[in-house]
Design a protein around this ligand. Structure first.
Ligand SMILES: [Zn+2]
Ligand SMILES: [Zn+2]
Length: 265
């Protein structure tokens, strides 16, 4: 049991003490936990510390890592927002700190929040999705310094009705290009169980995308709850593992010092 994606009080959108996440993880018998607070800048001129107190994160993380060293493997993590325009700044940020694990996620398009930026109102799903995946491709090409791409089909979470989610085949070509770029650069993807909490009937990514990843020879997969509250730590972990197994993958990965290690099933 692992949870390599969750948030604590160091994220703007969570007020959960880091220690609470750790206690729940131990209670649920998780072996690995990476607390991946947000570092999200919208524009290249934005300063990372306005989003994340990274030095403060490490002080608290290191204290807790020592305190719970006999109970759980704690991995220092971060979820960085990626865009083509901010690639250099985000890259520098990642290089500045000693993270074990870095998730790259697309939360913004054209320097505006995907959800708050009005895109869902202004664009029809077909056009929105095409734009989203095209920008994701540019982002993963421009910013290579992360380990797994977070919640690939995150965009599905905020449509009023998931029946409006365009068939993944409509964007197959660009999604394949994204997956290929990740595989070619030894990066992976994550199974993110947070979509379930947002009312989606599936885990991220949708099974079509996961099957394409498998067909292309993708191997690196992590699992995360995207918890912003401690009680969601490890959410649907077993379901995520079964999901991965059902495609023929033979394990999932954890990262220490930015190096992947496979946990065989
Ligand atoms: Zn995210
Ligand atoms: Zn997250």
């Amino acid at each position: 049991m692992i949870d390599l994606h969750n948030h604590s009080v160091f994220s703007m959108d969570s007020n959960t003490p880091m220690e609470d996440n750790i206690k729940v993880a131990i209670d649920k018998n998780l072996k690995y936990l990476s607390i991946t607070d947000h570092m999200e800048i919208m524009k290249p001129k934005d300063k990372y510390w306005e989003s994340l107190d990274a030095p403060g994160y490490f002080v608290e993380f290191n204290r807790l890592k020592e305190k719970y060293k006999d109970d759980i493997h704690l991995l220092a993590g971060v979820e960085v927002g990626i865009q083509e325009s901010t690639a250099k700044v985000v890259e520098d940020f990642v290089n500045e700190f000693d993270y074990d694990f870095v998730i790259g996620s697309v939360h913004c398009l054209f320097e505006k929040d995907l959800y708050g930026g009005g895109y869902y109102q202004r664009l029809k799903p077909k056009e929105l999705y095409k734009t989203y995946y095209e920008e994701m491709y540019k982002s993963v090409k421009a910013m290579k310094n992360f380990d797994v791409l977070g919640h690939i089909d995150y965009i599905d979470r905020y449509l009023d009705n998931y029946f409006d989610v365009p068939d993944q085949d409509e964007n197959k070509e660009i999604i394949l290009a994204i997956l290929k770029e990740l595989i070619d650069t030894n990066r992976g993807i994550e199974i993110n169980t947070g979509g379930f909490r947002k009312g989606l009937p599936y885990l991220h990514p949708h099974r079509k995308i996961l099957s394409w990843y498998r067909e292309l020879g993708g191997e690196i997969i992590t699992i995360g709850s995207d918890a912003h509250k401690s009680y969601d730590i490890g959410y649907k972990n077993k379901k995520a593992l079964d999901y991965v197994k059902s495609f023929g993958f033979t394990g999932v990965y954890v990262f220490e010092n930015r190096r992947p290690r496979k946990l065989e099933f």
